[in-house]
Design a protein around this ligand. Structure first.
Ligand code: ASP
Ligand code: MG
Length: 452
């Protein structure tokens, strides 16, 4: 049972959380994010130089926030939690002083600092569960041995190592009817350094925990019902999807549906574990189930998602198509600048890459440095949106792409870059941002107009 930051963001939500954990009669492991806003506040705090005085104020507020979340009544579980919170705050204090004095923030230290949000919330949650009469124990992912590679900020779990380390302590706790409350979001390298697995990465931790213990299903508790056929803010008739395949969920999550961390699918798929999105406001509603379901006849297209802020980076070169290493050189230079590429298409004279609009300044700098050696000139087009249509049926049904593009064309929307075929379950393309809503509504109407 994974609980995200918003599930831990208010007294009411904490109450709902303890109720659903208590109501679950099967053996269970709880995985928690930092409380809403905590990771961001730490990230912002270390992002600029601070005075010592600011550290005190910051930690006082952080501590107060977590103490306020503890069971109100004095008692053993509150007292124990207060002590644990105190030790965490002291450690964090030392780290923050270190960063302030050295005026240096390495990716490694940054990850270690950010991990404290989850460490604190795991203490709070286990204390609340204990107060409700459950045997809960907070367990930190680094101590448990959630081993990752050393890519700070976006680390990937080494699943067989994780299994070796994590299964014994978790299973032994479960056997004793203890509810482990595991910290999400971070792991540890083989050489003992804390890494984070990417923003919103607690879903991924939950999947790793499930992989190591064969826990099934993974419940992702949120404040929404699950995956929708489209963003309900754009499309009035958008509806909840009850089932998705692993691939569909991964593509939708990657391309804008902020329901699940895209990488959470991988450990689950490897062991055939279902992922269920659950709404803390409506615990009895079934939500979206993600697993290896058979294709149903009406599954042709399932959903349309989007990324609203993308840019196209085009690098031109006559004969680019014949030059081996052309694309590799460009992607390597962007990788070095820490820029993620959403998608790439190439032609004889050009390589076109989709990037986040926020990365434009860095991308320009990086590419400028290689122009002349790699590519003759380049161009960046901002103000684009990426639309992604997803469904298992894409790979096996004729005429689906034509219907998508006809629907968009009928609204007089120009399609810029198209990428299809890389995934059997997704097509994506870019449009001018001002046309985003029109295009999404047109596709939704084309496939589900009659249902509404
Ligand atoms: N606390 C982390 C974040 O805000 C991880 C998570 O919420 O899943 O990104
Ligand atoms: Mg979060």
């Amino acid at each position: 049972m994974k609980f995200g930051g918003t599930c831990l963001g208010s007294e009411d939500m904490l109450d709902r959380m303890t109720k659903v954990v208590k109501a679950e009669k099967e053996r269970k492991i709880v995985v928690v994010s930092a409380s809403a806003g905590v990771t961001n506040s730490m990230k912002d705090f270390v992002a600029k130089p601070r005075h010592e005085k600011e550290i005190d104020d910051f930690l006082l507020a952080l501590k107060g926030k977590h103490v306020d979340m503890l069971p109100k009544k004095d008692g053993h579980s509150r007292k124990e939690a207060l002590e644990l919170i105190e030790t965490k705050i002291t450690k964090l204090e030392r780290l923050l002083y270190g960063v302030t004095y050295t005026e240096e923030l390495t990716p490694r230290t940054n990850d270690l600092i950010l991990s404290f949000g989850e460490r604190l919330s795991a203490i709070v949650v286990s204390s609340l569960l204990k107060h409700e009469g459950l045997e809960a124990v907070s367990m930190e992912a680094d101590a448990l041995g959630m081993v990752t590679n050393d890519q700070h900020g976006n680390a990937v779990a080494i699943l067989d190592e994780c299994e070796k380390n994590m299964a014994p302590p978790l299973e032994s706790a479960l056997k004793k009817d203890i509810v482990p409350v595991v910290t999400g979001f971070f792991g540890i390298t083989k050489s003992g350094h804390v890494t984070t697995v990417g923003r919103s990465g607690t879903d991924y931790t939950a999947a790793v925990v499930a992989y190591t213990t064969r826990a099934n299903p993974i419940e992702i508790w949120k404040e929404v019902d699950g995956f929708m056929s489209a963003d309900p803010k754009l499309v009035k008739g958008a509806f909840l999807l009850d089932r998705l395949s692993y691939e569909e969920a991964a593509e939708l999550a990657y391309f804008g549906a902020q329901v699940l961390h895209p990488r959470a699918v991988q450990p689950a798929r490897l062991k055939g574990i279902d992922i269920v999105i659950k709404n803390l406001y409506k615990p009895s509603s079934p939500g979206t189930i993600i697993g290896s379901h058979r294709l149903a006849r009406d599954d042709i297209i399932k959903s349309v998602s989007y990324l609203p802020n993308v840019a196209t980076l085009k690098v031109y070169d006559t004969g680019a198509g014949y030059k081996s290493g052309f694309l590799a050189d460009i992607t390597a230079c962007l990788h070095k600048a820490n820029i993620n590429i959403f998608s790439a298409t190439t032609s004889q004279t050009c390589a076109a890459l989709l990037i986040d609009e926020a990365d434009i300044p860095n991308a320009k700098k990086a590419v400028k440095a290689i122009i002349g050696t790699v590519g003759e000139n380049f161009e960046v087009k901002s103000g684009m949106a990426l639309i992604c249509t997803v469904g298992e049926g894409f790979g096996m049904t004729k005429g689906i792409a034509a219907r998508v593009f006809n629907a968009v064309a009928a609204k007089d929307v120009n399609v810029d870059l198209i990428s299809a075929g890389a995934s059997m379950v997704a097509y994506h393309f870019t449009v001018d941002r001002k046309d985003l809503k029109n295009a999404v509504v047109a596709i939704h109407d084309e496939f589900w107009g009659k249902r509404i």
